[in-house]
Design a binder for this molecule. Sequence first.
Ligand code: ADP
Ligand code: ASP
Ligand code: MG
Length: 466
Amino acid sequence: MRDDPIVWKFGGTSLGNGNRMLLARSLIVDGLRRHRLVVVCSAMGDTTDLLLEMLERASSGEINAAKALLEELRLSHLKAAEKAIEETGVRNEVINFITDRVAELEKLIGSVALLREATPRTKDLITSYGERLSTKIVWGALRSIGINSVYLEGHDAGIATDSNFGNASPLMDLTYDQVRKKVGGLISEGMVPVVTGFIAATPDGITTTLGRGGSDLTATVIAYCIGAKEVWLWTDVDGMMSADPKIVTNSKVLSRISYDEAVEMAYFGAKGLQIKTILPAREKGIHIRIKNTFNPNSEGTLITSTSSPEGTATKAVLMTKKVSSVTVKGEVLAGGGLAAKVLSVIDSHKIDALMISQSVSSSSISIVISRSLSKKVAEEIRKSVISQLGGGEVEVEDDIAAIAVIGEGMKGTPGVASKVFTAVASKGINVRMIAQGSSELNISFVVKEADAEEAVRAVHAAFYGS
Ligand code: ADP
Ligand code: ASP
Ligand code: MG
């Protein structure tokens, strides 16, 4: 067995029911023959969505609908526990755990229904139950066959975050010391830590979550802290693909991509990967492997410091609909300063702009940002830029999608942009905004939301064939 530990994270689909948990367990048993492992678990299947729906129902006073969802959640977890845990004592312990957690949830949704509101802090507490339940079952499945698994919630493992509920970030200095001591300590005693993904807590113990898809971040943060050289993200596809396989049927698995390409891909929603996930790995050169739980013999994708050419200048064509464009026109400001003022609003709210494009005359600037923030940002710009400078207008467009063509190989390869836009034009699709990253790793553009999938297929076909 190799001494350096590896962190393995299983996604929601990979833990979607008791049988899948058994499949994950057999992979873990096999992995433990070769490595020390830390296991990180997502919530089962769509549990996080179900919890959010339950919260929504409760906060609009529909307590019976909320309770029906809770019952669905209780039954699916009990069924999974019955299936995945053979040993009676362990199984009963897990069933009691599920019963206790469901009782807590029932009280929580009762309070939300009375108050008719759920703060971000309450939302984090409620969504944390998905990972707590699934991870306890995986812990039990391992214990049941004599593996020294230890159940840890994110904060027990040592992950401390800021209090940005819903999208908290680890406080790395504190987290580093705590995780190294706790998780590192358990590993050196021969234990197998089984850790809830997605959830953590502030230093004073208030539950936080790391944002949707945050279990991947739990995995890379733990790897960073314990000095692991690799993180494996076990999921339901063969790896990072040249396009979302749900949109492009002949998308290809990318055998190796660079951290920088992965960051660009994450911006555009590939594999629900968060950008934050890549950063700890990039900093320490930790290899990330994406592997398919349902096809473990396939090589998967390796994310590392260098890319492989894959035969084409572009690697991937990605699309996100979760964005809006905000255009600020400020004729009266001509002579400078509009872009700086708009960007400082974005900056002060710590918002990532996916694209920025400015007209030659400097009298208008468009930014593409997360749709959930567009109204708030527009309002802020009206307040702090337009009103202060006495003119101009702000326009928000929600029915758009941003598409990105990504690949290190585009650097210095002429003709990529013309190939992209010829492909889009050949379908009669109108391009509304274009931007190219200064890294030359990415060409991105905006189309109407209704045209987005066809545009992705057209561009993908131009590089990979149809
Ligand atoms: P997990 O629950 O394992 O974290 P996710 O659902 O977060 O998995 O991510 C996997 C899904 O991401 C796939 O089922 C696939 O449909 C989607 N996806 C979108 N774009 C890509 C891409 N470029 N490569 C791979 N998967 C992608
Ligand atoms: N369960 C969380 C989500 O659905 C975290 C994750 O799966 O990574 O977003
Ligand atoms: Mg995910």
